[in-house]
Write a protein that binds this ligand. Sequence first.
Ligand code: ADP
Length: 395
Amino acid sequence: MNILVLNSGSSSLKYQLLNWDNQEVLAKGLVERIGIEGWMIKHKTLDKSAGNERKKSEIAGNLANHNEALGKVLELIAGIKIDAVGHRVVHGGELFTSSVLITSEVKEQLRKLIPLAPLHQPANLMGIEACEEILPGVPNVAVFDTAFHQTMKPEHYLYALPRELYEKYGIRRYGFHGTSHNYVSHRACEILGLDYAKTRMITCHIGNGGSVTAIQNGEVVDTSLGFTPLEGVIMGTRCGDIDSAILPFLAKNANMSLEDLDTMMNKKSGLLGISGVSSDHREIEEWFLAGKEPETTVMKMYTKGILKYLGAYVAYMNGVDVIVFTAGILENSSLQRKLLMENLWYLGIRLDESKNDFRGEERVISTADSKVTVIVVPTDEELMIAKETAMIVSH
Ligand code: ADP
């Protein structure tokens, strides 16, 4: 069975075509600048004639919308039959606790969730409708960023705001990066030979976006991203936790509009905002290693933010058995892994320095006598979406 995995953004379309029977990636790529002049597709295919090397191509031109973008992608993968499409959908609200086959009723419900994700949800719907039009008869499955976190209990998902805001507007913690936390937590148990339902885990998805999730009895206890993907740890350009009273203060004293505040918190804060130079962790690291300011303070703040959640989740679960590191920064940065683990000694965790110098591999990095296992598991959201899609269409 060949599964096309699509991740539609407002002006982008990320795709991966997998042969589910052997889990081989047949093609993948990214269309950028849809609806903006000068679009670009970066496309890679598996070339069997060249010993399974990846053939890369870059194409540029103009594409008006997601239908045209998908049409172009399908031209590039012409000749390969597509049996099902798995869509990454950012918001499933409280309605969707797992992946679903997309029907007109499901689409209607997805539309109702647009106010909760005004930038991403319409783009996800555009991707779904483009597939329905261009690939008639091929089943579409929605895999939600939020669904994995739906096991949270009210004491973890409610905010201490007037209760009617939850009832009227659905204001609560939803959590995001669910596909990634789901994948790495299951994969960690598989690698370590542990029973998922009996393992207390904390998964740290730390990339440009970041979130930390606590998992116990096979269910999510709590997660750091909240009502939107802004709360929690410091991110590339997002501020994470702040005192929310800063916002009315700025509105009154700095004459900032709601839109200004939103842009400030989502696009101008985080690593970029405090360093004033870059949202890229690699650059911050370089200056930190050279002992420069403000990068040294930035790295300390960044590390503290993650440790704060780790500590809180250990407390909620009354302990932890496994900590999983994933996503761009924790898969690649030996330094960031070390900085975190230096402060986990109180849990009986020791970093095995001889195993920490690597990028992007599945590897245990805690010493054999550590009381808690720390493992790096590179995330694979596309594989997880394909798995969910295969499961749903096979039933
Ligand atoms: P996204 O949330 O966009 O999927 P990623 O998970 O790809 O983000 O993570 C991107 C982040 O990973 C960037 O901040 C980048 O600097 C960081 N990163 C990638 N490689 C390294 C590395 N070798 N050392 C430190 N940081 C790295």
